[in-house]
Design a protein around this ligand. Structure first.
Ligand SMILES: *[C@@H]1O[C@H](CO)[C@@H](O)[C@H](O)[C@H]1NC(C)=O
Ligand SMILES: *[C@@H]1O[C@H](CO)[C@@H](O)[C@H](O)[C@H]1NC(C)=O
Ligand SMILES: *[C@@H]1O[C@H](CO)[C@@H](O)[C@H](O)[C@H]1NC(C)=O
Ligand SMILES: *[C@@H]1O[C@H](CO)[C@@H](O)[C@H](O)[C@H]1NC(C)=O
Ligand SMILES: *[C@@H]1O[C@H](CO)[C@@H](O)[C@H](O)[C@H]1NC(C)=O
Ligand SMILES: *[C@@H]1O[C@H](CO)[C@@H](O)[C@H](O)[C@H]1NC(C)=O
Ligand SMILES: *[C@@H]1O[C@H](CO)[C@@H](O)[C@H](O)[C@H]1NC(C)=O
Ligand SMILES: *[C@@H]1O[C@H](CO)[C@@H](O)[C@H](O)[C@H]1NC(C)=O
Ligand SMILES: *[C@@H]1O[C@H](CO)[C@@H](O)[C@H](O)[C@H]1NC(C)=O
Length: 358
């Protein structure tokens, strides 16, 4: 069976999955969906193994590696980029450190060692948008505005799981909460002060960018804080389409959504960041990765590893981080992400739509 056909069948099994708000722990996954997810992951993993060889041969890994090295060096960093481990289930991912410290890995290390597909975050058919997506955000690299916290330069390389080519007609829509757990653009219980209507017009830590010729997108953003019921995470919506264009007001139009997902951090890194100001002022109870519904769903019975690989840019986390992850996308998928707010020419407004389904 052709992979593409298989993927469609596999994805179709997930439509019944419920989407919960932060704090809710319940989920309904039927047996058929579990079997299909397992088969889906096996196929995608095999496909990605082929991709690894093809990407290496075409020089994509080499270019990517060199660019990452330049980034780290230009930010006056000392630590080298390096390898990752295979992840197979939540426990293995939880036990894996994504901090790269191997001093024998450096610019001369073979590309296939540095960029094996081991760290690839295979797309997850059950990826969910969550309640805090805002439609219509700006195309830009630096998302921090006047927010403060631990700086992170975050890179993702997007690969087409069918062709093994880097995805260049892909626009990564990213968002996360600020250091004290509040999302911009959302005025709602469970998101900071629900009476603070000025938040409608805020846009911090949200943005969109097109992948470059190696399928890579880089954002300057902040390490997310935390809020009730969820582990620390970044959100991904992957817009794809040759018809995507940037409007005069700096937002995009066109395309469709081929992937919805979330990225995580090692728990020990989170603990370290949370001990620094202003993260430390947040008194909401921390939900750890091991207890996070989405983390568990993205890591169960899979080779997918949605945890960001990173190096420290200085002596402590407060000096900032460089993080990277590879994400495989099934471009034949088309999702309808949920949203409750939209950024318009007259500011942020409450308006909902989307189903999170295909
Ligand atoms: C993971 O695999 C185990 C063992 O095969 C199975 O019992 C469990 O239901 C699976 N869970 C998911 C979410 O696939
Ligand atoms: C990648 O995964 C394979 C298979 O589990 C393992 O043998 C190899 O050591 C891993 N490579 C790296 C760099 O983690
Ligand atoms: C994870 O770590 C715990 C505690 O160190 C250990 O007991 C467990 O065997 C590890 N599991 C895996 C899959 O490595
Ligand atoms: C890279 O590391 C190897 C050891 O793994 C070492 O022999 C080599 O000199 C290093 N190269 C550079 C440029 O640092
Ligand atoms: C460090 O990386 C080298 C490849 O450059 C590898 O051979 C070695 O096993 C790694 N060491 C550790 C401790 O992971
Ligand atoms: C996070 O955003 C909210 C809303 O703008 C603000 O009240 C809070 O001070 C911000 N947190 C930090 C650490 O600036
Ligand atoms: C974090 O980034 C901001 C904005 O570029 C900068 O002003 C600040 O100095 C950076 N912090 C550190 C510790 O590098
Ligand atoms: C940008 O322009 C589009 C098309 O006119 C409009 O729908 C959207 O609301 C505008 N967004 C902003 C932030 O101005
Ligand atoms: C948001 O900004 C617009 C101007 O762009 C303004 O008309 C509107 O009143 C503001 N909304 C809020 C809630 O402050």
């Amino acid at each position: 069976m052709k992979l593409q056909v298989f993927l469609k069948i596999a994805l179709a099994g997930f439509i019944g999955l419920s989407v919960a708000h932060p704090g809710e722990q319940h989920e309904e996954i039927d047996e058929r969906a579990l079997i299909q997810k397992r088969a889906f992951q096996e196929h995608v993993t095999r496909s990605l193994e082929k991709c690894a060889r093809q990407l290496e041969a075409s020089g994509v890994y080499k270019r990517t590696e060199a660019r990452r090295r330049d980034t780290i060096e230009s930010l006056r960093r000392s630590k080298p980029a390096g390898a990752r481990l295979t992840a197979r289930d939540p426990e293995t991912v939880l036990n894996t450190s994504h901090l790269v410290t191997n001093s024998s890995i450096n610019a001369s290390t073979a590309d296939d060692v540095l960029f094996t597909n081991n760290g690839t975050c295979v797309l997850n058919p059950e990826g969910e948008t969550g309640p805090f997506y805002v439609l219509g955000e700006y195309v830009r690299t630096d998302l921090r505005e006047s927010e403060v916290g631990v700086n992170i330069t975050l890179e993702a390389q997007f690969i087409d799981v069918d062709t093994c080519e880097p995805l260049t007609n892909m626009w990564w829509d990213v968002w996360n909460c600020n250091a004290t757990g509040v999302y911009s653009g959302v005025v709602e219980n469970g998101n900071g002060n629900a009476k603070d209507t000025a938040n409608f017009n805020r846009t911090f830590l949200r943005g969109i960018q097109q992948a470059d010729s190696d399928g890579v997108v880089r954002f300057d953003t902040l390490f997310p804080g935390h809020y009730s019921g969820r582990a620390t995470h970044h959100h991904i919506v992957a817009h794809i389409g040759d018809d995507i264009t940037v409007l005069a007001n700096g937002t995009i139009t066109g395309g469709s959504v081929a992937h919805i997902g979330q990225l995580f951090y090692d728990q020990d890194l989170i603990t370290e960041v949370e001990s620094t100001y202003p993260y430390s002022t947040n008194t909401i109870t921390i939900t750890e990765n091991a207890d996070d519904r989405v983390f568990l769903a993205e890591t169960e019975n899979t080779t997918s590893d949605p945890v960001i690989n990173y190096v420290l840019l200085g002596d402590s986390v407060e000096d900032g981080l460089f993080g990277w992850v590879t994400i495989a996308i099934d471009t034949s998928a088309s999702y309808d992400p949920k949203y409750s707010f939209v950024l318009t020419s007259s500011g942020g407004v409450e308006e909902s739509g989307g189903t999170d389904m295909k």
